[in-house]
Design a protein around this ligand. Structure first.
Ligand code: AMP
Length: 447
């Protein structure tokens, strides 16, 4: 569709144009000013916790070459098959809004030669993702994740570190979590297992729905991700368990991860059917689930992917990572989280009255802000009474009043909202005198 033929949301009545609002598109949300303090609080905790484990933040572009996701996530996965927002740019290149973050992070790791800096790279991110799914509670088309990838170590202690990092962040906000854990072994043992799986299920193929019947042929491991209860029942009855068909090294790796997490006191549950929806996993797969999320109970998912870096054209290095949904974390946290968030504190409401006070008020506000105070100044030229009402509404700790009388006298009136104490102070020394009563909420620049 040419740009000019996009429907313009205006209707015409005679010569008059009436603008209509453009509705938000399905499956996306606005994060409103009342909610952003909670988001920022959560983000700060994520930054702090990731730093405590020695992880460094990475930010990747909003879109990538479509091929990156087809090659990494897998062409038989739900994400690639039906959920990607893909488009062709003016030059005819196939691009996709990122539906997951491991592949972009690994692409960036390879392209920027991060493997040359150190044998082990610990990265984390907080980002927005896009998947064309059926919107419902906890399932959006634009959503946010935080996650981490540790690239370089094949050992179980690295899996333990990643799972502990994920669990520590999630459990800082949500209670009653469980870590579901499984191993899906290595691709070399997997092909034998896939044959066995197919053989065990083929006699029942007529009982599967059309989608799962196709999966049985193309990629039977994906049957474990099926949302169809009937499929899950057939798997319970007839499918072999993947962890029983992995090599002894893989089994030992799994046992070490599991016992290491248990020793740390994490609530670990072995879930033999947990294979996760992406093709690139090897050995460990895990999810953190919350009983407070209803049908979409996974808060976080991850696992080991020892072949992906090489498959994407990088060096042969193993890796393990996770991603957790921020919207789901907020749902699972319920009412608990907002209570932890410190409110936005306003130090001073600057009341001004009269033409001559406007510029001095602007300058006083600037000076106070430089000293670290949070200052709101009146810009609606309301009555003094209305300005005081506004000061109360914002929860300001103090009001400074600048009127024509104060300007003439080179002074400003200070009123402390808690005690009602009021005095007239020198305009030049307003910051110092205010400092006797109030310490600034914000750290002073550079301080
Ligand atoms: P995945 O990348 O599919 O393993 O998802 C990791 C986590 O991201 C999930 O456990 C959810 O918390 C979250 N998530 C995945 N898809 C969505 C979605 N469509 N809307 C909201 N959160 C999602």
């Amino acid at each position: 569709m040419a740009a000019w033929s996009v429907p313009v949301s205006k209707i015409y009545r005679g010569n008059e144009t009436i603008s209509q609002s453009v509705p938000r598109i399905k499956g996306v949300r606005d994060i409103l000013p009342d909610e952003t303090p909670v988001w920022r609080f959560l983000e700060q905790k994520i930054h702090a916790q990731a730093a405590a484990f020695g992880y460094r933040e990475i930010r990747t572009p909003a879109f990538e070459a479509t091929e990156l996701f087809v090659r990494s996530v897998g062409s038989e996965t739900d994400i690639v098959n039906k959920e990607m927002y893909s488009f062709t740019d003016q030059a005819g290149k196939g691009l996709t809004l990122k539906p997951e973050l491991t592949a972009p992070v690994i692409r960036a790791y390879i392209q920027n030669n991060l493997h040359r800096e150190a044998p082990l790279t610990r990265l984390y991110y907080i980002d927005a993702l896009y998947r064309q799914e059926r919107p419902q509670k906890g399932r959006l088309r634009q959503f946010h994740q935080f996650g981490a990838e540790a690239i370089g170590s094949p050992y179980p202690e690295q899996d333990i570190e990643i799972i502990t990092l994920a669990y520590d962040i999630c459990s800082a906000f949500c209670s009653d979590l469980t870590v579901r854990l499984n191993t899906i072994g290595d691709p070399s043992s997997r092909s034998t297992f896939l044959e066995l799986l197919r053989k065990s299920l083929e006699p029942h193929s007529a009982a599967f729905g059309p989608l799962d019947r196709r999966r049985l042929q193309s990629n039977p491991l994906r049957l474990f991700d099926s949302k169809d209860e009937h499929t899950q029942d057939l798997l319970d009855r007839f499918a072999p368990r993947i962890h029983e068909h992995v090599s002894s090294e893989d089994a030992e790796h799994f046992a070490t991860v599991k016992s290491g997490l248990e020793a740390l006191g994490l609530p670990v549950l072995h879930d033999p059917k947990l294979v996760r929806g992406l093709d690139y996993y090897t050995r460990t797969t895990f999810e953190i689930i919350s009983p407070h999320l209803g049908a979409q109970d996974a808060l976080c998912g991850g696992g080991r992917y020892d072949r992906l870096v090489e498959d994407l054209g990088g060096p042969s290095v193993p890796a393990v990572g996770f991603a957790a949904g921020i919207e789901r974390l907020l749902i699972a946290a319920g009412g608990e989280l907002p209570g932890q968030v410190p409110p936005n504190q306003v130090d001073v409401y600057l009341v001004s009255k009269g033409d001559r006070s406007t510029q001095p008020a602007i300058e006083l506000a600037a000076k106070l802000r430089k000293s670290g105070y949070v200052v709101i100044m009146e810009t609606l030229r309301r009555s003094i009474k209305a300005q005081f009402r506004e000061a109360n509404r914002t929860g300001a700790r103090a009001v400074l009043i600048l009127g024509d009388d104060e300007i003439a006298a080179g002074s400003v009136t200070l009123k402390l909202m808690d005690s009602g104490h009021q005095e007239t102070i020198s305009l030049d020394r307003a910051t110092d005198i205010l400092g006797d009563y109030l310490r600034p909420e914000r750290p002073v620049d550079g301080g």
